[in-house]
Design a binder for this molecule. Structure first.
Ligand SMILES: [Zn+2]
Length: 556
């Protein structure tokens, strides 16, 4: 965690400038045929899984195959680029992101792993350099990775670091708030009479006095978010999207600066508004589309609000709780059934064993009511599944959208909280083998107020293939029979993720006619030891035939 965050904060500022690809020059270059040669290319195409070369034109793939064959197909005018023997995969599709929130954390202050003055000085200083002049510094969520510590920032230190920029920071669990002098003054509180440690009521007063971030700030956040994605090889996100992010996406897209394809997912309770203007799943184009609606059945494991049949072991009074869409009784069934019949795809969060079982029942009802159709309903997280429920995924054709990095972050406390039910937690192999489910992978980037989840498919693949923490524990992997193979993990990030969004005819593999989205990695994932996967680097990322990220020379 510390390692990931420090790499992030030190590289982001310096590197963002180069993200602004000069679109005009790129356009001219695109119409010329280019051939990438001398690669070890995993295509994701069952008809031809491996290739040496790929020809590109106008953002699409012209030919894939042996070098001689592809060079011939490309013609004598084609320009060649040498891949230096590197491993190539189709661009990664992250099926679970919170783009707007990630941008806020990347541009603003991130204190999740900070629990002392040294960390505070560094992070607040860095955020001050990134934030536009005059904007507020807000949040931080300090202390999430040091639960024993009772450290909190002092106003005197904060004042010395922030000057006249207003700052209002909070602890990860929102139990403590601290404001600097400028923020107190903005809310009409005299800084001379206040030490900056706030009651909940005072914090609320300052929040109300805070101006909304400018659109320029939102754009700056989005550019950092895009950079963080492409440097990890992510070329498409299935995003949980609010109205603000949608506006930012449209603005960037109109300027040819949306360097990642976006499948937006508004919330399920908006289905009627979308249906009223004729929007169905797939609305939009190849860059920005609506690919489903997100709903919630229950809470999360992190704060023991995921819904179980039996109580949590460490909190015998609770079994979790249902989310608001579940009430009044019958509401969620109505939302799922109506959205489905309107051609909008419900994609619903369910984590605890009771939540998973309940959602499977609701999906079954919707299918029965609305009749057979190719609908690709999705369960988001599908985190703790009872033995009897695996097969129902296959029977009902439910796609399981899971986040392998969660498994290796949560395993620290999973068994303390739910005991033997952990057997069905992140049970990827069982979902495929006993369940016949289609598995798609994502990150949940940037995480929650209690955890940072990197938008890093390489770490996701490592987690799914080894089921070990980043420092290699436990030795043989956590419930090792739930591991998946490298190929299954790659498919879950590429071809299968494209299928989940009804995009399998033009995205997710390297085949003629498909979009030229691909990633060059430092190592062949099939050839190295699983434990070494976590150290593999993304060297290049291509979206629509354009290199949107180049880290270093390809030849060693
Ligand atoms: Zn999420």
């Amino acid at each position: 965690m510390r390692r990931i965050l420090s790499i992030l904060t030190t590289t982001l500022v310096a590197l963002t400038a180069s993200l602004c690809v000069t679109a005009v020059n790129a356009r001219q270059a695109e119409s010329q045929i280019r051939v990438l040669v001398n690669g070890r290319i995993w295509t994701g195409d069952v008809a031809r899984p491996w290739a040496e070369a790929v020809a590109l034109q106008d953002g699409r793939i012209l030919a894939v195959g042996d070098r001689a064959q592809v060079v011939r197909a490309a013609g004598s005018d084609a320009r060649q680029e040498d891949l230096a023997g590197r491993f190539v995969t189709p661009g990664f599709i992250d099926t679970h992101t919170h783009f707007a929130r990630a941008g806020e954390l990347l541009l603003g202050v991130n204190l999740l792993d900070v629990s002392d003055d040294t960390g505070l000085r560094r992070r607040v200083g860095e955020a001050g350099d990134r934030l536009p002049p005059g904007s507020w510094m807000v949040g931080g969520d300090w202390g999430a990775y040091d639960l024993e510590s009772d450290w909190a920032p002092r106003r005197s230190v904060l004042d010395s670091l922030t000057g006249d920029r207003p700052a209002l920071l909070n602890k990860w669990d929102r139990s403590q708030f601290v404001a600097n002098a400028a923020a107190l003054a903005a809310a009409g509180i005299d800084p001379a009479t206040h030490d900056g440690l706030l009651s909940r009521e005072e914090a609320g007063r300052i929040y109300r006095a805070m101006p909304r971030p400018s659109f320029e700030q939102r754009l700056a956040e989005a550019r950092l978010g895009l950079w963080d994605l492409v440097r990890h090889g992510v070329t498409t996100i299935h995003d949980i999207t609010g109205a603000g992010a949608m506006r930012t996406y449209q603005y960037l897209k109109a300027r040819d600066s949306l360097t990642v394809r976006v499948c937006a997912r508004p919330t399920l309770d908006h289905w009627e508004d979308l249906a009223a203007v004729g929007i169905v799943t797939g609305y939009g184009d190849e860059v920005l589309s609506i690919c489903g609606l997100k709903g919630f059945v229950d809470g999360i494991m992190g704060n023991s609000s995921a819904m179980f049949r039996e109580p949590y072991r460490h909190m015998p009074d609770t079994r979790g709780r249902w989310r608001t869409m579940m009430s009044p009784p019958g509401n969620m069934e109505r939302l799922i059934g109506s959205a489905d019949s309107a051609g909008l795809t419900p994609q619903i969060h369910a984590i605890g064993d009771l939540a998973v079982d309940t959602l499977l029942d609701m999906f079954a009802d919707a299918i029965e009511q609305n009749g057979p159709r190719d609908r690709r309903l999705r369960m988001i997280h599908a985190q703790v599944v009872e033995a009897d429920d695996f097969r129902r995924f296959g029977e009902l054709g439910i796609i399981a959208e899971v986040q392998p990095y969660h498994a290796i972050d949560d395993m620290r406390w999973m068994e303390d909280r739910i005991g033997s039910r952990s057997r069905g937690a992140y049970a990827f192999r069982s979902l495929i083998k006993n369940g016949g489910a289609l598995l798609v992978f994502g990150s949940d980037w940037p995480g929650t107020n209690a955890a940072w989840y990197p938008a890093d498919p390489v770490l996701g693949i490592y987690a799914a293939v080894t089921r070990k923490t980043l420092d290699g524990k436990p030795e043989g992997g956590w419930y090792p029979d739930e591991r998946v193979t490298v190929q299954e993990a790659l498919e879950a990030y590429t071809v299968d993720a494209a299928y989940a969004a009804f995009e399998e005819d033009w995205k997710g593999k390297l085949a003629p006619g498909y979009v030229a989205d691909l990633v060059v990695l430092s190592e062949d994932l099939f050839a190295i030891a699983p434990d070494a996967i976590k150290d593999v680097r993304v060297l290049r990322t291509m979206v629509s035939g354009r290199w949107v990220y180049s880290a270093e020379a390809l030849s060693p």
